[in-house]
Structures are given as C-alpha cells and as structure tokens.
Design a protein around this ligand. Structure first.
Ligand code: PLP
Length: 430
C-alpha cells in the first residue's frame, strides 16, 4: 500500500468516526466515507490528497471569487495575526481593519448604503438583518411591523431565522420548530407580493427579502423590470427591502453587486462569501443612510446584538486585501466576459445533445436544465444531473446539482479568475 493510500484510509476512517459534515447524508458518509479529501488549491484548480486535480466549477460554495492559492491574502492574514489577531468591537472599542473595510464597502455599495455591521457569514448576516429591521420599526413607533416576507425557492441560510426565511421547504423538514413571522410568496411575481402584503396587512410587515439571483434555488434570474417593480411596491407599502447579495455580491453576476443590473438600491444589503473569497469567515449587513440615521436619532440604550467576531480585525484585513485583488485584476469584467463565453458554449449542448433544456447565466453564475423532451421540458423520472456530476467528478470537474421538487439542474459558479482555456476545459469535460 502506498503512503498516499495509507493516509487516505486513515483519514476516511477518522472522518466517519469524528466529523459530522454540514449538509450531508450521515448514512452515506458512514457507508462510503468522504468522496474527496482536498489538499491544495491554485487558481481554479483543487488537488486531493492522492494528487488528483479538479476544476472547481462552483468556486467551492459560490465563494472563492479570487481563486485559490493567493499568497497576498495569506500575508495579509499573517501580518494582522502578528500585529493584532483579535480585538473586541463591542460598545466603544474599534480597530483599523474593521473601520477601513466598513469604509471600503460603503464606497463600493450602491446608492447610500453606507453603514456596515460585520458578521462571520451569510446566515448571521440574515438573522442580523431581521433583528435590525424589527428594531427599526419598533423605534419608529410601529412595533407591530415584524413579519418578513421572503420567496419560494429562496435560500437564506441555516440559523433559525434564516432557515425560516428560506423558501426551499426541504430545509424546513429537519426540525419542527421554525421562527414565527415569516411568510413566503411566489418568486418572480410583483403581483403575488402585492397580494401577500394586502392579505397580511402592511402594518404587520417589516421587510421583504430577496436574492437578486436565486442561487441554491436553482440559479433563477429575475425578468427585467421585476426588481424595479418590487422596489416601488416596498416604498408604496412602507416596507424595507433587503437584498441578500451573499452569493451575488463582489462580482459574481458581472457587476460588483447584482442590484446594479436593475439600478435599485435596497434599504439593507447582506454580504458574505465573496467579501473574503472564503479565505476567512466574514459577512456584513449594510444599511442605507435613512435607516442608520433613524438608529442614531431614535435608538435608546444598548443595541444588544453582536457576535464575538463582529469586526474581527484579521477577517477584515483579509477582506480588504481580497477586494483590492478583485478591483486590481478587473475580475468583475472577467466575470461578465467569461460568463458570456461559458453560457454560449453550454448553450451549444442544446443542439449537440437531446437532453439539455434551458441554459441561463448572469456573469459567472448559471444553470443548465436536464430534460427528457426539449420541446415540452418534460423531466426524466430518474434525475440525471446527479449522475452527470458524478461522472464529471471522476473526470476532474466539480459541479453541483439542484434536485428538489422537479428540478434536474446543474449549476455553475466558477472562480471569477477563470480564463478562456479553463472555460474550454470545463466544457470539454462536461
Ligand atoms: N444567503 C444566501 C443567498 C446564500 O446563498 C447563503 C449560502 O449559500 C446564505 C445566505 C448563508 O450563508 P452562510 O452559509 O455563510 O451562513
């Protein structure tokens, strides 16, 4: 047995015994062990402990936007860890990386989204925003405005609040107790939103939350005009608009923030993933001036909400360097161009095969539908996308599927550094 095989066997056994994987089948893990044990990454490629190389077609979890192996980010972390690894941001304490990153995010964010609360990830950003918008209405003398309307097929995370906002029902099945005050509405229908608001009563609703492009729900891109209409409806009924840009922020869709495609400014914007390209856990909640000003004018006592790691100096130092790379290397433009190329090449599968239905992309986030009948969009009774991605993986390409409901979908979100040659390699493996 080679050294590699001995190491693999040892790690597989330890994994089964001690490591409960997030979002996993615990039974399958016990039967088969981990499918891949990753060891290193460079650019768009990952290598496992046996030396096999893969293209990461999903930037891991839609997050490694600047690609793997960036020594600059390692150096930024090292320098900050050695200078001041951690310091509290609670109450009146602060630190320079957090102040600089808040300022940078405020500069980049659309419109007057200018004040930033830091978290360690997307679920924390979501739950923070629900508490902040409820607090907002409370101090404005409307304590009954508490409900959050979210959308069917939405994904907002796995904390109790964000699970409740999530509209993919499969995520609700694990537990019987979800948070109260969450209402779901049809995904791309302004009229359905209007009806939901009327049915619930606008004076009971704090906010409407939406992902600009739904990610985990199957990469669903809104029709033109949808978000402009949504913005109007929220204003008309005095409801705050929360844009969950956890996946779409920092260049994923070919704009720095996806809201820019439609020229709308949400009242609250949620960030994570691309803010640090996954090099370190980090997230943020950004609020507009009018919300911040009301907090300043009306909030009394202590805002009793803060994570130990809100404003973590090392996480913020890495976030700052990550954004510097994103800007310096024009990765938002690359996302737009390589996204268009990948889209075009995958669309060619519609005529080259008889099982590819709709292919949709916005920048470097996209989906390809597997269908039994290209005319009627009828699905196979046994889903094919999982089999396809298993075969792709054997050939060195990592992708992901969406299979809940009637979906039989392959989704794509490669690192924003992908180049033409790597797009071709991805497509030829597929
Ligand atoms: N919001 C959106 C749109 C997401 O896609 C995700 C994660 O995929 C989250 C929130 C939750 O983020 P996290 O997994 O960092 O808690």
């Amino acid at each position: 047995m080679s050294i590699n095989e001995t190491l693999t066997n040892e790690l597989v056994e330890l994994d089964k015994k001690h490591f409960i994987h997030p979002t996993s089948s615990i039974k399958e893990q016990q039967e088969n062990g981990p499918a891949i044990i990753f060891k290193e990454g460079k650019g768009v490629y990952l290598t496992d402990i046996e030396g096999k190389k893969y293209i990461e077609g999903m930037a891991s979890l839609w997050n490694v936007n600047v690609g793997y192996g960036r020594t600059e980010l390692a150096e930024a972390a090292k320098e900050q860890l050695e200078t001041l690894a951690f310091a509290s941001s609670f109450a009146t304490f602060s630190n320079e990386p957090a102040i600089r990153l808040a300022t940078k995010v405020a500069d980049m964010a659309p419109g007057d989204l200018n004040a930033v609360f830091f978290t360690s990830g997307g679920s924390e950003s979501n739950d923070t925003s629900y508490k902040l918008v409820r607090h907002y209405w409370k101090i404005k003398g409307q304590p009954n405005k508490t409900k959050i309307i979210s959308r069917e097929r939405a994904y907002h995370g796995v904390a109790v609040g964000s699970t409740s906002a999530t509209g993919i029902k499969d995520f609700h099945h694990m537990t019987t107790s979800l948070a109260t005050g969450f209402v779901h509405t049809e995904s791309f229908s302004p009229e359905a939103l209007r009806k939901t608001i009327e049915a619930e009563g606008a004076d009971t609703i704090a906010a409407f939350i939406a992902e600009p492009v739904q990610g985990a729900g199957g990469v669903n891109i809104p029709p033109d005009g949808y978000f402009q209409e949504i913005r109007k409806i929220c204003d008309e009924y005095n409801i705050l608009l929360i844009a969950d840009e956890v996946i779409t922020g920092f260049g994923r869709t070919g704009k720095m923030f996806a809201c820019e495609h439609w020229g709308i400014v949400p009242d609250v914007m949620l960030l994570a993933k691309g803010i640090s390209s996954g090099y370190i856990p980090l997230g943020a909640v950004v609020v507009r001036d009018h919300v911040h000003q009301d907090f300043i004018n009306l909030s009394e006592g202590t805002l009793l909400h803060g994570f130990t790691y809100s404003g973590h100096p090392t996480a913020c130092a890495v976030g700052l360097k990550n954004i510097e790379i994103l800007e310096r290397e024009n990765l938002v433009q690359n996302s737009k161009e390589m996204g268009a190329l990948l889209h075009e090449k995958l669309r060619a599968f519609q005529s080259e095969t008889n099982i590819v239905g709709e292919v949709r992309f916005l920048g470097l986030i996209g989906a390809l539908e597997i269908v039994k009948n290209q005319q009627t969009n009828e699905r196979f009774s046994e889903k094919l996308a999982p089999q396809i991605i298993t075969e792709a993986r054997k050939r060195g390409l990592i992708l992901r599927t969406v299979t809940f409901g009637d979906s039989d979908t392959i989704v794509f979100a490669p690192p924003l550094v992908i180049n033409e040659e790597e797009v071709n390699e991805l497509v030829s493996i597929l």
